[in-house]
Design a protein around this ligand. Structure first.
Ligand code: BG6
Length: 487
């Protein structure tokens, strides 16, 4: 782990959607609370020919749009802007690279963090240009946004290109789900409590469901999205990271090697979904027109304005072939324009071995632990209880949840956005919550096999109406095995 905090943060692609929507507003929140190192300078770069004032105006407007009034002030915005400079950069132009080199050399007083928020096909090129300009080497590190590639082969290409200038210990691959409070709380819940570990295995758990459902459509990113689809955009990264944190063995320490060594074992134990399993273990869908939150919305093809076979929904039945999880299905699903926004992990326990209440007709439902990640963070443990009454015909049972609302429990503590956490860690040189090369490539390898199975199937994604939980085949995916999605 690097111990010295960065003195200069250089963001490439700073005028882009992510930069304006998430990165600069997150840096503002850190600035407001005095969490950025005092000497940190921020150099924002992009192709647009803006001067410092014009860029500052853009940043101030983004902060105003993205930050509630009570969480910003003229002073906090000005303090951030005082650190921020803008440089138009064209990496095809040597004179432009020379200007960048001069500025970085002048401004750095210690370590440098480069943040690549451009299209990933540029990553290798940016790193090569930085290397040739002598801007890499000890005391520098690089943070990169997803997606790292489009498939296994292209991810290896990008990783190889970046590796020619930065060794793995200095590369910080972002999966912003790892920066979310709720996701880190999954680690706290599993490894900060002795209660769950004895039950966290195939002997006691019947099935696991991981859902990341969104109500938004493609949000003006149709060009990118149509090339990607839900499998590349969400499953390859966010859902598989959630799966790793849910299924991994206890790491010996909370540090980059220990945590990532356990995650990679999960990815390597994923059973390939191929051949006949493609039909029974995977579902792809695409939304048609419908209504979300009672508002009519167009279908994907209408939004795109062209015919497309890109999936906006994925459902999978995955298996982890190791001792802990042998025989336990992990159902994964994610989709756009679904019935409601919700990200959650549900572990359903096995039924009691024998019900003493069966004669009275009472049904004993299996227990479930549900970790709700968003929009609210709470944890609920569903337990059977006696329903009140005299029950002369036999005890009546009802399932009631023990609910832990984290927003309530920590109501005086500010919840940090994912990028606040990730920036602080990258600035301070802690890569525990970043993704290692072997994770990215192993995840691509698993996902590629399913995509290739889909390509060979001429039917393409099944339609589902916007505002629902996906195509009907998603229901069959679980019900064929006697399970049903939690809704
Ligand atoms: C991004 C995807 O990585 O995650 C988007 O590219 C998706 O398509 C987003 O909408 C979801 O993130 P969050 O934090 O809103 O759940």
């Amino acid at each position: 782990m690097n111990s010295q905090a960065a003195s200069l943060l250089v963001i490439f692609g700073a005028t882009g959607d992510l930069g304006q929507r998430m990165l600069l507003p997150s840096l503002h929140s850190l600035e407001r609370d005095g969490l950025l190192p005092e000497s940190l300078q921020i150099l924002c770069c992009a192709r647009s020919n803006l001067d410092r004032e014009a860029f500052h105006a853009q940043v101030a407007e983004s902060i105003t749009r993205r930050t509630p009034p009570q969480d910003r002030s003229e002073d906090s915005v000005q303090r951030l802007l005082a650190r921020v400079d803008y440089l138009p950069v064209d990496l095809e132009d040597q004179e432009s690279i020379n200007r960048l080199t001069r500025l970085v050399t002048e401004r750095r007083t210690g370590e440098v963090l480069f943040h690549l928020s451009t299209a990933p096909r540029w990553y290798g090129h940016v790193c090569a240009a930085l290397g040739a300009a002598g801007l890499t080497g000890p005391g520098t590190r690089v943070m990169m946004e997803k997606p790292i590639g489009h498939d296994f082969a292209s991810s290896v290409g990008i990783n190889d290109a970046v590796a020619t200038t930065f060794d793995e210990g200095r590369i910080y691959r972002v999966d912003h789900y790892l920066g979310k409070e709720g996701v880190q709380n999954l680690l706290a819940l599993r490894f900060g409590n002795a209660l769950f570990e004895p039950l966290w295995n195939a002997r006691h758990i019947e099935q696991v469901q991981i859902t990341v459902a969104e109500t938004v459509g493609v949000e003006g990113r149709a060009g990118y999205y149509d090339e990607s689809g839900a499998m590349r955009d969400m499953v390859q990264n966010h859902l598989l990271q959630l799966l790793c944190l849910t299924a991994m063995e206890p790491p010996s320490r909370f540090d980059p090697s220990a945590v990532r060594n356990e995650k990679i074992k999960v990815l390597r134990s994923l059973r390939p979904i191929q051949g006949a399993d493609i039909a029974t273990h995977s579902v792809s869908g695409q939304y048609s027109a419908g209504a979300v939150d009672s508002v009519a919305v167009p279908g994907y093809i209408e939004e795109l304005g062209a015919p497309s076979r890109t999936e906006t929904f994925v459902g999978l039945r995955a298996h982890i072939d190791n001792w802990r999880w042998s025989g336990v299905p992990f159902y994964l699903r994610t989709g756009k324009r679904m019935a409601r926004r919700c990200s959650e992990i549900c572990l359903q326990f096995r039924a009691v071995p024998h019900s003493i209440f069966a004669n009275g007709g009472a049904r004993v439902e299996p227990n479930a632990l549900v970790i709700h990640l968003q929009p609210e963070e709470h944890i609920s443990l569903h337990l059977m209880n006696k329903a009140p009454g005299l029950d002369r015909g036999g005890l009546r049972l009802s399932q009631v949840a023990l609910d832990l609302d984290l927003d309530d429990a920590f109501e005086d503590v500010r919840r940090r956005g994912a990028y606040e956490r990730l920036y602080i860690d990258a600035i301070e040189g802690n890569s525990t919550l970043f993704v290692r090369r072997d994770e990215v490539e192993t995840a691509w390898h698993w996902v590629d096999e399913i995509l290739s199975g889909w390509r060979n199937n001429e039917h393409g994604p099944k339609r589902y109406q916007a505002g629902t939980w996906g195509p009907s085949s998603a229901v069959t995916l679980t019900e064929r095995y006697g399970h049903s999605w939690r809704e």
